[in-house]
Design a protein around this ligand. Structure first.
Ligand SMILES: O=C(O)CCC(=O)C(=O)O
Length: 340
């Protein structure tokens, strides 16, 4: 028997859903319990310890420093998800390209860290546990009004102290190989995310603009290669022209945004506080696979899907509905099932 949606109004009310549909994002307090937050911190800690060894982990603060300081080669360790030499070449030709950093009184180049990692669910059972078996799948299914939900990917974003690098405004849709509208991103702070430490920022209502915009590499606004969509307007230079909402959040909270909502994040200008976060991306029943030009290649895909098909694949675990409420999905996707 299928376990129907049982997320109570206390967790997600019809007013919350209306607000999400109107604004394109929703801040919910106390959704994850302390043990789930603890487990995610453990997984992110392991990712950080492994950061120079993976093919998907980057320090964007260091890359930004190398990019703007004209060093000969860009050193991104073992990572290969983005072609950074090529990107630098493209940036050089973009007359509007410039560092997108918080102002600081002294030169902070190289001190901070903006760690990015992806697809942690493949290696870390703590990420699978929360992504597949917490309140989040039924909550997102209710929010998106979908009959089922697939997990697309998780991404880790950690900003260490003294990291002026902002996460430049972007729209997630064109980073993903998908078509359809029922997709949301759950951003999960694992430390307090304040204006000073790197709060998220959303352009209210931008999911309703009716446009898709080319992806960028988070540290500059220059679009990635091959993306046919137009470049995002220069929101950083003209903040007063946009309805930008900065959302401070605590561990246990989640902020959910629609995949079309334009968003970014502040740098971490504190001297001693880390801001760890992880975001989960969920897809509903109108989403079809689409090998979008310019989208970032997903790592570890074992079963490439043809365009136009639903996400029926172990690469995109079906996380809602569950065959029975008490069944845990995370153990069905143990790492040793997956070729890495
Ligand atoms: O945490 C950040 O700095 C950015 C997060 C983000 O852009 C996302 O989760 O889509």
């Amino acid at each position: 028997m299928v376990n129907l949606l049982n997320i109570s109004d206390e967790v997600l009310s019809s007013r919350d859903i209306a607000q999400f549909n109107q604004d394109g994002f929703l801040h919910l307090k106390d959704v994850l319990n302390p043990s789930e937050v603890h487990d995610l911190r453990q997984a992110v800690g392991a990712q950080l310890r492994n950061k120079s060894k993976t093919t998907t982990g980057y320090d964007f603060e260091s890359l930004a420093y190398q990019l703007w300081s004209d060093e000969d080669d860009i050193d991104s360790g073992e990572a290969m998800r983005f072609d950074l030499e090529l990107y630098r070449h493209i940036i050089k030709q973009d007359e509007t390209a410039r560092p997108i950093r918080e102002k600081s009184n002294h030169d902070l180049n190289g001190e901070g860290m903006f760690f990015y990692e992806a697809a942690g669910w493949r290696n870390h059972h703590e990420i699978r546990d929360v992504a597949f078996d917490s309140k989040l799948p039924p909550l997102c299914a209710k929010l998106l009004d979908t009959s089922y939900l697939n997990f697309w990917e998780d991404t880790t974003f950690v900003k260490g102290p003294n990291t002026p690098q902002k996460t430049t405004f972007h729209q997630d849709y064109t980073y993903f190989q998908i078509q359809g509208l029922k997709c949301c991103v759950v951003w999960i702070p694992l430390d307090k995310a304040s204006r000073k430490t790197g709060a998220m920022q959303y352009v209210r209502g931008s999911h309703l603009w009716g446009h898709t915009f080319a992806p960028n590499v988070f540290i500059a606004q220059t679009p990635l290669l091959d993306a046919p969509d137009p470049k995002l307007p220069d929101i950083e230079a003209n903040p007063d022209d946009y309805d930008i909402v900065t959302v401070e959040a605590e561990p246990g909270d989640v902020i959910i945004h629609h995949v079309l909502t334009i968003h970014g994040a502040k740098g971490n200008m504190s001297e001693d506080q880390i801001r760890r976060a992880i975001s989960f991306r969920y897809c509903g029943d109108d989403i079809r696979y689409f090998d979008r030009p310019g989208a970032i290649p997903q790592p570890y895909i074992s079963n490439p899907l043809p365009d136009g098909t639903p996400l029926y694949s172990r690469d995109y675990p079906l996380v809602w509905p569950k065959p029975a409420p008490e069944i845990k999905l995370a153990p069905l996707f143990r790492s040793d099932h997956i070729a890495i």
